[in-house]
Design a protein around this ligand. Structure first.
Ligand SMILES: Cc1cc2nc3c(=O)[nH]c(=O)nc-3n(C[C@H](O)[C@H](O)[C@H](O)COP(=O)(O)O)c2cc1C
Length: 218
């Protein structure tokens, strides 16, 4: 199990940091010329210690095995936080569905993902300036939490549903004219083991496939 996961991580890192990202960039350059293509999904993965991750590494390996889904690991590509803005914008333009996959950290997203938003989603690109370039695309979050489902409830320890902690991203989608899809949420992540982990990970593929189908551009 651990061996499989490590192999999955290595494949994922290889795909995200070399060939896969290159192919995504090539798609970006060619996207204007392509009028009939299958819809594609970019998963922006943000986990500062993917090597120690149980659930996000499993989910990312699952996603990267899907056709027309490209996983880009932010912490692997920008360990120094020096984000290549043009490259990231090109990747966003090349896909119809954008997924943000991350573990919930302090009721929010890991720091590099927030930095990515701040630097890449610029005025004139993501919003404003007359022709926002992300309009019409779908945005979703795939979030894992340490807390169980009962804790994300008005009478639970975390007081609010996870969806409430994602409102800033939901409103960002609205500001940019994007479609906001209901998030993919896995609670109780540290205790997902064995069969529970396999079942949880298997649900991710159909979730992403449904987001692609909704685009209706296949
Ligand atoms: C710095 C930090 C902050 C965290 N904050 C939260 C939180 O606010 N809410 C929560 O439910 N879990 C929180 N967790 C637990 C993580 O969300 C959980 O360990 C993660 O989703 C497990 O996924 P992984 O196996 O891919 O690492 C936090 C964990 C860390 C390390």
């Amino acid at each position: 199990m651990i061996g499989n996961r490590r192999r999955g991580d290595e494949n994922l890192r290889k795909r995200a940091s070399t060939g896969q990202v290159n192919s995504v960039e090539q798609r970006g350059a060619a996207s204007d010329a392509q009028t009939h293509r299958a819809p594609s999904c970019l998963i922006v993965l943000a986990h500062p210690r993917l090597d120690r991750s149980l659930i996000n590494s499993t989910l990312a390996a699952e996603a990267s095995s899907l056709r027309d889904v490209h996983v880009a690991d932010l912490y692997d590509r920008y360990p120094d936080y020096q984000i290549d803005v043009a490259r990231e914008q090109s990747m966003l333009l090349a896909h119809d569905v954008i997924g943000l996959q991350f573990p919930m950290f302090w009721y929010s997203m890991p720091a590099l993902l927030k930095e990515w938003f701040d630097l890449v989603w610029l005025h004139g690109f993501a919003y404003g300036g007359g022709a926002p370039k992300l309009a019409g695309k779908t945005l979703f979050c795939a979030v894992t939490t340490g807390g169980d489902a009962d804790s994300y409830h008005p009478v639970g320890r975390n007081a609010y549903p996870v969806e409430d902690f994602l409102r800033p991203v939901e409103r960002t989608a609205a500001l940019c004219g994007m479609h906001w899809a209901r998030p993919h949420i896995l609670h109780d992540a540290p205790r997902l083991r064995g069969d529970r982990l396999s079942v949880a990970a298997k649900g991710y593929g159909p979730y992403i496939a449904a987001r692609l189908e909704e685009r209706g551009v296949a």
